[in-house]
Design a protein around this ligand. Structure first.
Ligand SMILES: C[S@@+](CC[C@H](N)C(=O)[O-])C[C@H]1O[C@@H](n2cnc3c(N)ncnc32)[C@H](O)[C@@H]1O
Length: 248
């Protein structure tokens, strides 16, 4: 089980693989007021930036789970760079099946709310690893503006759009699931640009260096498509936030 090489190339320069900027991740870490020694499980941790920087800045102890071996290697390298190898561990596996051996203080799933089927299913999965007073960190999309049908299809196909709500709808859904939203940060156009436009440079440099690679035709057409997709649909319509949830 691994992530296709296409994604490894596309995300090669980003430490945070979502439109939240690294400074916002630091702001969230500070806002949560986590005591040193707080235990954190990050499901679909990507390159482990949340765990590594929060281990350095707040003394958290963390486990990250991801299917991407290249992402996990980057996470371990980042832990070594920040000298937090003794505080974080990265595990290869399906986060959709991962439940902590003992309850943890914080369970995160940032940008992979499909691992439990849909967002409510992923929250139910996360609950299984959270202690009684555990905090859930859910990174998910929402509509910034009422999307025309073409935007729904362009961004999600016909099926998945139904799980994308307005920001108000997201908060109402968290309430219905029994949670208070106790903190949140949201991406803006600048964050989207930093995340998505960085992938264009990654793809373009890879194409220039690997013109004969079997992946090149797909990469070439996606590079063209992605630029228009971003400015037409993603940037104006799609919101993105990390919501800190605490059980009522
Ligand atoms: C959009 S990235 C977000 C990564 C990270 N949470 C972040 O915000 O930087 C989605 C991540 O989910 C991982 N992923 C997708 N499906 C998974 C699964 N079933 N189990 C574990 N990881 C998964 C991918 O490898 C990728 O690292």
């Amino acid at each position: 089980m691994d992530i296709p090489n296409y994604f490894v190339v596309r995300e090669s320069s980003q430490r945070v693989m979502n439109p939240i900027e690294p400074s916002q991740l630091a702001t969230l870490g500070a806002a949560l007021r986590l005591p040193s020694g707080t235990t954190v499980l990050d499901l679909a941790c990507g390159k482990g930036e949340l765990l590594c920087t929060w281990a350095r800045d707040h003394g958290i102890v963390g486990t990250g789970v991801d299917i991407g071996t290249a992402f996990l290697a980057a996470a371990r390298a980042r832990a070594a760079e920040l000298r937090v190898e003794d505080r974080v561990v990265f595990v290869h596996g399906d986060a959709g099946k991962h439940v902590a051996d003992a309850p943890v203080d914080v369970v995160a799933c940032i940008g992979a709310t499909w691992i439990g089927g849909d967002t409510p299913g992923t929250i139910r999965l996360m609950e299984q690893s959270a202690g009684e007073k555990g905090l859930l960190l859910v990174g998910d999309v929402y509509w910034r503006a009422d999307p025309p049908p073409e935007a729904v299809t362009a961004l999600f196909g016909d099926l998945h759009g139904v799980d994308c709500l307005s920001l108000r709808g997201q908060v109402e859904r968290f309430h219905e699931l029994g949670y208070d939203v106790v903190e949140m940060i949201t991406a803006d156009e600048r964050g989207w640009d930093r995340y998505v436009a960085a992938s264009w440079m990654n793809m373009r440099q890879w194409l220039d260096a690997n013109p004969g690679d079997p992946l090149a035709p797909e990469m070439r057409s996606d590079l063209t498509r992605s630029q228009l997709h971003h400015v037409r649909w993603q940037r104006p319509y799609l919101g993105w936030g990390i919501f800190a949830l605490q059980r009522r």
